[in-house]
Write a protein that binds this ligand. Structure first.
Ligand SMILES: *[C@@H]1O[C@H](CO)[C@@H](O)[C@H](O)[C@H]1NC(C)=O
Ligand SMILES: *[C@@H]1O[C@H](CO)[C@@H](O)[C@H](O)[C@H]1NC(C)=O
Ligand SMILES: *[C@@H]1O[C@H](CO)[C@@H](O)[C@H](O)[C@H]1NC(C)=O
Ligand SMILES: *[C@@H]1O[C@H](CO)[C@@H](O)[C@H](O)[C@H]1NC(C)=O
Ligand SMILES: *[C@@H]1O[C@H](CO)[C@@H](O)[C@H](O)[C@H]1NC(C)=O
Ligand SMILES: *[C@@H]1O[C@H](CO)[C@@H](O)[C@H](O)[C@H]1NC(C)=O
Length: 788
């Protein structure tokens, strides 16, 4: 009987609540307090539908607002949500001076509502809003303005605000997804910690571009809108004549970003048996479409209407109890790094219709077999996507992996053949041997003995050799001071006066580059010609850093790089001494009709330059980005070998790598588009510049030439692409004899190199392979339209 009357009372009050609007509120006076275990544990709304106070959370308690129902599991707001669970002796006080405070065991206090003024009373409203009033009964704080994962009927998510999902169904601390009401008017779902780029978004209302302050509003009868003062976009509109309509007055609506990353709209309709919960709407039908629902290297699949995460081949769950945290490799790659690229350590497994989010670090045209081999041999390659002769290699970890039937990609995944333990290079060298017979022991003994002896001999021999060569070197040095003519091991440190003398007071200028002027000089009594570069406009650089840098450059030795012989670092003076290149720069030859090299020579020069850049990028101790590849920086020695100069110097100008940097160079035509944007510069910037140089080599003209008969020929790259598409490449050669397929091949490589999107450009390694005709070159897309 008693319970019936309570139900009646509840129905009655909620009926009133639904119709006659405001000003029925619970009055919470200053000095009130709550405790997790002794009454009162919460303050109820007049309707008794919402409560503010302590609720159970994990092993302890949390503070929040919930819908009072059977087990109180519908929590709609949480205070200090990332605070660890509270102990049972915590206490929530509404202090006499008008602050809402949490006091924990050690006497620590935490503000629950950060109102600017002190409050005079508080109230748990029927709407589910908890508010603080000042002495004039003006609202100075309300929970509706600080939503956590839910908005209730009548609540607004303002522009610039967001909801964060809970961690799990029952843990309301901050989880892995957020819903952002963006300033551009769009409502978007993203995984957290991603940067919120369009590529990270997995759902949006497409209501962007209005440029005015829109907000998300859930009205009291359960319709969800994106509105500003005048315009309204319906996200979800409740059908008036639906079955729930009759119960509308009893219904409570809430829109919650659930822990699984799906934004859902619920109704809670009260009847005699309690609340009936219905899901009215959800942002995504398939929870597997939530990006990052499964972590790195795993993908989501539906089973029994439930999403599950599955690890990619070669990986295991990071934490078997939390499958959504992603997967990690169950084999070690150490073997790859120490040079054992032998494919027997790894294998490739293929999976159809798989897709992932990040862009590949290299895209090259090849067959699927070549693609697998290329990935196996490349330590950076964790997986590759293959589709119609295009191989897209990717580093691990893989984000946003998904099943995708439409795209039709085949995924090639690197898997380990051995377990982590035996693949460890140290373990591999000292295998555990179970000795079964005496003969085996003797054999092992003999083997190790001979190894020891051999290595001793080798050490002695090499020691002797090093000693001898050292002695010889010093001897020669003493004899005629002529070490400049032999292959010196170390860089020489010059004094300024020495170089002044060598260049005859910097008399003969050979040229002027981005870093300063270059002078001709002679060392060792005129026996060796050198080029002395006087650096200008350097970033303030300590002498020690400069020397370290010089040593690094000095260690690079390659046929296609200009040798650095020594340097001078005195006070603020910085000079570099290079070998002298007797035949000038590539620019001198390409752009002067009388001297331009013939086709075969140009092919060779193009390959030389590519090999030099490849060495800088991949083969010297630390990868060097040149940053200024152009024909003026390619020099020709006595034998017409092309050599790259000025490498390793970009570092000195890096501190202001923005406008001034490009200004200093004044060679815009060769700069990759990323220099103009604010994106990081990688080796791919050199690939771009190389592509332009390659086109210039093919055509023997500058990238930009105003003095041309036809306007469309002004920009070489644009013109060549046009000719290429129109199959009219013969035009660009102006009647010169050349192998047609070879011309086309070089043009294709160049067009790949000058793609706006760095990821689409090949690595220098693939460039070399393509130029040498070892790998096929696929049809390049238009260089400029690839940018976003
Ligand atoms: C639900 O919350 C209300 C209000 O605090 C409380 O009276 C009731 O005991 C709670 N129910 C359960 C099962 O904890
Ligand atoms: C209260 O805290 C919120 C963030 O939790 C902050 O945005 C707001 O500015 C704070 N208000 C005051 C008055 O400190
Ligand atoms: C909520 O919006 C719907 C659709 O526009 C409308 O029919 C309904 O009257 C609104 N309810 C309230 C309480 O304003
Ligand atoms: C609301 O957005 C519309 C464009 O959709 C715009 O014309 C209007 O000025 C905006 N109203 C306000 C109050 O910002
Ligand atoms: C790789 O190793 C296997 C056996 O360990 C050997 O037979 C094969 O020749 C090696 N391949 C290369 C390319 O080194
Ligand atoms: C790695 O895991 C896969 C499946 O998860 C398994 O088939 C493979 O044998 C494992 N590899 C190693 C080296 O443990």
């Amino acid at each position: 009987m008693a319970s019936m009357s309570i139900v009646f009372f509840l129905l009655f009050t909620s009926f009133i609540g639904g119709r006659a609007v405001p000003k029925q509120s619970s009055h919470i006076a200053l000095g009130s307090s709550l405790s997790p275990i002794t009454q009162p544990t919460s303050w109820l709304s007049p309707s008794q539908k919402f409560a503010f106070g302590f609720y159970r959370q994990g092993s302890g308690f949390a503070i929040g607002i919930w819908l009072v129902s059977g087990d109180n599991t519908t929590v709609v707001w949480t205070a200090i949500r990332d605070h660890p669970p509270l102990a049972s002796n915590a206490i929530l006080v509404f202090t006499e001076d008008g602050k809402l405070l949490l006091r924990t065991e050690r006497g620590q206090e935490k503000l629950i509502a950060n109102a600017t003024d002190s409050a005079s009373h508080a109230s748990m409203l029927n709407s589910g809003n908890f508010v603080l009033y000042d002495k004039d009964s003006k609202i100075i704080w309300q929970s509706f303005y600080f939503p956590t994962d839910t908005i209730l009927g009548g609540q607004t998510l303002f522009a610039g605000y967001q909801l964060f999902s809970g961690l799990t169904e029952n843990d309301h601390s901050t989880g892995r997804f957020h819903l952002k009401m963006q300033d551009d008017g769009n409502l978007v779902l993203y995984p957290v910690n991603t940067g919120d780029t369009p590529g990270d978004a997995y759902w949006n209302t497409e209501t962007f571009g209005y440029g005015s302050k829109f907000h998300l509003y859930l009205n009291k009868s359960g319709s969800l809108f994106i509105v500003n003062g005048t315009t309204l976009n319906i996200v979800y509109g409740l059908n008036k004549d639906s079955s729930t309509a009759s119960n509308q007055n009893n219904a409570i609506y809430r829109a919650t970003l659930d822990f699984d990353g799906v934004f859902r709209l619920y109704s809670h309709v009260y009847d005699e048996s309690g609340y009936k919960v219905s899901k009215l709407w959800k942002a995504l039908d398939n929870p597997c479409h939530v990006k990052s629902f499964c972590g790195f290297n795993s993908f989501c699949t539906m089973n029994d209407d439930q999403p599950y995460c599955i690890c990619l081949p070669g990986t295991d769950f990071v934490d078997v109890n939390h499958n959504s945290l992603g997967c990690e490799r169950n084999f070690s790659e150490a073997g790859c790094r120490v040079g054992k690229k032998n494919a027997s350590f790894y294998d490739i497994t293929t999976m159809e219709n798989l897709m992932w989010g990040d862009r590949p670090y290299v895209v090259s045209p090849m067959s699927i077999e070549e693609c697998s081999r290329s990935c196996l041999e490349d330590c950076d390659c964790g997986a590759a996507l293959f589709k119609s002769d295009s191989c897209m290699k990717q580093k691990l970890p893989l984000r946003y992996v998904r099943r995708d039937m439409k795209e039709g990609y085949t995924a090639l995944l690197k898997v380990g053949m051995r377990s982590i333990k035996s693949d460890n290079p140290i373990m591999a060298k000292t295998p555990v041997i179970v000795i079964t017979s005496k003969r085996a022991i003797v054999q092992i003994f003999l083997v190790s003995l001979s190894c020891t002896v051999l290595s001793c001999v080798a050490l002695a021999v090499s020691g002797l050799f090093i000693f001898k060569s050292r002695v010889l070197w010093y001897k020669r040095l003493l004899e005629n001071g002529n070490f400049g003519l032999n292959e010196e091991v170390t860089l020489r440190l010059f004094s300024y006066n020495e170089l002044k003398r060598a260049t005859n007071g910097f008399k003969e200028q050979l040229g002027k580059g981005s870093f300063g002027a270059v002078y001709k000089g002679a060392l060792y009594k005129g026996k060796r010609l050198v080029a002395v570069k006087r650096l200008e406009k350097l970033v303030e650089e300590g002498e020690r850093e400069f020397r370290a840098e010089m040593r690094a450059i000095g260690r690079t030795h390659h046929r296609n790089l200009v040798r650095l012989l020594g340097y001078c670092a005195e006070d603020s003076k910085r000079l570099l001494v290079y070998e002298y290149m007797s035949n000038g720069s590539l620019a001198d030859h390409l752009f002067k009709a009388q001297t331009s090299p013939n086709w075969n020579e140009r092919v060779r020069i193009a390959q030389d330059i590519a090999r030099g850049i490849l060495y800088l990028h991949e083969e010297c101790e630390t990868s060097i980005i040149h940053c200024d590849i152009k024909p003026q920086n390619i020099l020709m020695d006595d034998f017409w070998t092309a050599k790259i100069s000025d490498f390793g110097l970009a570092k000195f100008l890096m501190a202001d790598q923005t406008r001034t940097f490009t200004g200093v160079r004044g060679t815009r035509g060769y700069l990759a588009p990323e220099w103009q944007k604010n994106t990081p510069i990688s080796v791919k910037a050199d690939v771009y510049s190389y592509g332009i140089v390659l086109l210039e080599i093919v055509c023997c003209r500058r990238n930009i030439e105003l003095d041309v008969s036809n306007e469309e020929e002004v920009i070489l790259s644009t013109w060549i692409y046009k000719c290429f598409v129109a199959r009219e490449l013969h035009k660009i050669l102006r009647g010169e004899e050349a192998d047609k397929t070879m011309v086309e091949n070089m043009v294709k490589v160049a067009l790949w190199c000058i793609q706006d999107e760095p990821a689409l450009r090949p690595t220098m390694k693939s460039v070399v392979l393509m130029l040498e005709g070892i790998t096929e070159v696929s049809i390049p897309p238009c260089p400029a339209t690839m940018s976003e």
